[in-house]
Design a protein. Structure first.
Length: 166
């Protein structure tokens, strides 16, 4: 398997993760957002059938008001700080519960580290859809924001520690 940027050659119509909103985003919006510079969507494909999408995730930049962060982090930064947001993450229904979501999260965190070599940012954010999703993100070190337990933050230092980078 490999992860690559979404292109016209990928079968977006054939993807079904069981969530109509995520399916619709991939089918109707992801490529347009790439072309407009809004976000980047990456797809997980099998080497032998690279048109079939097994999963996908979307990354975008964002600005965070640091007053939203836990106090431990808020005092370290100016009032507004740059970050990366995981906009979406989905695995095809027939491939769920096989570790592909974890595989894509690790790849996404690695991409965040590569971005921070060229741009300043404080970490990685995600809006979890439900409590089950929160548990998934907690395993990577994401922490809830004080005013919204479904909005999660992964400090850059935590990502670096996970990848054992200074």
């Amino acid at each position: 398997m490999r992860i690559e940027i979404l292109t016209r050659s990928h079968n977006r119509q054939g993807f079904d993760c069981g969530n109509a909103d995520l399916n619709r985003y991939l089918r109707d919006t992801a490529r347009q957002h790439r072309e407009k510079g809004i976000s980047r969507t990456f797809v997980l494909v099998d080497e032998e059938n690279s048109s079939e999408i097994l999963g996908f995730f979307t990354l975008a930049s964002r600005e965070i008001l640091v007053e939203k962060l836990p106090e431990k982090y808020a005092k370290k930064y100016p009032s507004r700080a740059p970050a990366v947001k995981l906009g979406r993450l989905a695995v095809a229904k027939h491939m769920q519960k096989r570790g592909l979501g974890t595989h894509m999260m690790i790849n996404a965190m690695d991409r965040v580290l590569k971005v921070c070599e060229h741009l300043g940012l404080i970490g990685f954010f995600v809006d979890a859809k439900n409590d089950e999703a929160v548990l998934f993100y907690h395993q990577f070190g994401f922490i809830p924001l004080p005013d919204n337990p479904l909005e999660l933050f992964l400090p850059l230092a935590t990502i670096r520690q996970a990848f054992r980078i200074g």
